[in-house]
Design a protein around this ligand. Structure first.
Ligand code: FBP
Length: 337
């Protein structure tokens, strides 16, 4: 017979409660960043519902034209963009937004807002229609322009170290929100019947090393020679390849199990494919909080100088030992052992 203890087991710590507790650790905290994180989580819940129902409510498929990056824009790219912008406009904490789906800075009308947000509303768009995991990536900065004035590009080009928070939402076998405010990184799993994110992965630490590498193998012959050498070398060591083609899903797997994600420069994208402000910086911030590493092949991603809002960068990110070995190989290719 069940004891009282077994009945009514706690369901867990909600994201809301966790944000509140984290905020109380900072006497100077005013709650605005907390509210911003809640606004992003709310938009994530709505986008999650629309992704799940896409095939039923005509949300699957392409818009039939390209986005500002010249990539085919999916209907869900547009919807996710609308949902996150609306949540940030209504939330009132963000004064401006940079989105992968928009050429220019989006002004929310909240000039009194203390924060700006850079985001990739739906990453891995090529996988949306085939029911493969996709994600949202966000990066938050405290503005440098005076509160009450119109934000400027300077608020976005502060550099990766100036992020006050970053995270991703993974729409996968379950939907998870993983974020950091610079005091470690935790993951929350969405419970749709309660409409709540619950703490499921407290204080994530990425394994120091791994045996999995993640890259688009079709471009191997175009990768820098040292990178080809490194991949050939770890293959000989018996490492395995995993590539979903949705960076958030690939990164999340490697974060928990150990591994390295590589998107080197290739002739088609000589500066790298991935965008610095809303893909590389936030994921580097998170992975470093989990004791991993992220580089552009020459320096830490967080040290890369931002010059313009849709700037691209090569990206090598994941378990410390793997990224370090790759960096050594890039710096001294002849010393592959
Ligand atoms: P989007 O944000 O436009 O989806 O682009 C990023 C991305 O889809 C990553 O998620 C993924 O890792 C990579 O591009 C796939 O690129 P490729 O199709 O060249 O392998």
């Amino acid at each position: 017979m069940e004891t009282n203890k077994q009945l009514g087991l706690p369901v867990g710590v909600t994201l809301d409660r966790y944000i509140k507790r984290s905020q109380s650790a900072f006497s100077s905290a005013t709650g605005e960043l907390s509210q911003l994180l809640r606004d992003i989580a709310l938009a994530g819940k709505i986008v999650n519902r629309e992704i799940n129902q896409a095939g039923l409510i005509g949300l699957a498929g392409s818009m039939g034209h390209a986005n500002v990056q010249g990539e085919s824009q999916q209907k869900l790219d547009v919807i996710a963009n609308i949902r996150f912008i609306r949540a940030l406009v209504n939330g009132g904490e963000a004064c401006a937004i940079v989105s992968e789906e928009e050429e220019d800075i989006i002004y929310t009308g909240n000039d009194t807002g203390k924060y700006v947000v850079a985001m990739d509303p739906l990453d891995g768009s090529s996988n949306i229609d085939v029911n493969v995991s996709v994600g949202t990536i966000f990066s938050i900065y405290r503005r440098v322009t005076p509160i009450g004035t119109k934000a400027t590009v300077d608020d976005f080009l502060q550099g990766g170290h100036k992020q006050v928070a970053a995270g991703y939402i993974l729409y996968g076998t379950s939907t998870m929100l993983v974020y950091s405010t610079g005091q470690g990184i935790s993951g929350f799993t969405y419970e749709p019947s309660l409409g709540e994110f619950f703490l499921s992965h407290p204080d994530i630490k990425s394994p120091e090393n791994g045996t999995m590498y993640t890259c688009n193998d079709a471009y191997m012959e175009y990768f820098p020679e040292a990178v080809q050498g490194y991949i050939q070398h770890i293959r000989e060591r018996g490492y395995t390849a995993r590539y979903i083609g949705s960076m958030v899903a690939d990164l999340h797997r490697n974060l928990l199990k150990g591994g390295i994600y590589l998107y080197p420069p290739v002739p088609k994208t000589p500066d790298g494919k991935l965008r610095l402000l809303y893909e590389c910086y936030p994921l580097a911030f998170l992975v470093e909080q989990a004791a991993g590493k992220a580089s552009n092949g020459l320096c830490r991603i967080l040290d890369v100088e931002p010059v313009y809002i849709h700037q691209r960068s090569p990206l090598y990110i994941g378990s410390t030992a793997m990224v370090e070995e790759l960096m050594e190989t890039i710096q001294k290719p002849q010393e592959l052992t």
